[in-house]
Ligand binder design. Sequence first.
Ligand SMILES: [Zn+2]
Length: 259
Amino acid sequence: MITISTVYRLKNAPAQLRELFMMKIVTIMDTQSIQFNDWQRILFGNAPPIFLLEVLIRALFTYAVLLVVIRLLGKRMSGQLTITEMAVMLTLGAIISVPMQMPERGILHGVVMLFFVLAFQRGLTWFIFKSHRVEALTQGHMITLVKDGILQLHELAKVNMSREQLFAILRSEGIAHLGQVKRVYQEANGSFSIYRNEPSAPGYSILPQMDHQLQQEVQQPVEGNLHACRNCGNVSKGNVQEACSACGHLDWENAVQQK
Ligand SMILES: [Zn+2]
């Protein structure tokens, strides 16, 4: 219970104690204002219902400004994004949510921040254009995932990609075994570039294990005692008792080629 005498005594209390007491009052008020059947607050928040109309106007205005900013950022923002562009996109999203929905914040505040991000991205792009080091630092590197039909397992581990995930990407390009692949690069923006081996060499089959019918229809085991490593796809001739020269594993199956 807060009485006048409490307030009077508080006035003469040391500053620290006064602050502590005021915090306590604020906490009590906050706890009292949270009630589960308070549908007015749950549906409309603390703003009056008419604010919904204002949100609509705020959203339309912010959307228009956002369109202008994205347009000024360049065409690439609407295609495959680099990591800096992705960061800018997320920042734009975070900036616009506040002026769209908060009654106590003005829209201009958000507009200024949007244009600030635009200027920042433009500046960064200029730096990237000028310096290879800045480019490597901000854009990431391109990596080799498959080299001459052999999986580069340490690179796959670096990008947290499983062999099956990579096989799924290759299958979507119509590739049935690793002997058809010269190189697979993962570009800095996350996309994949695939160079085929023409004509293809014998390789490790990446067709689904359960689909024997497809395996028999499109490929056949290579003659001449050629084996493919089940771990990395390396193709070797001869003794299956020896470990793979590329990855050190001892797990072979027949290498295949197209029919
Ligand atoms: Zn191997």
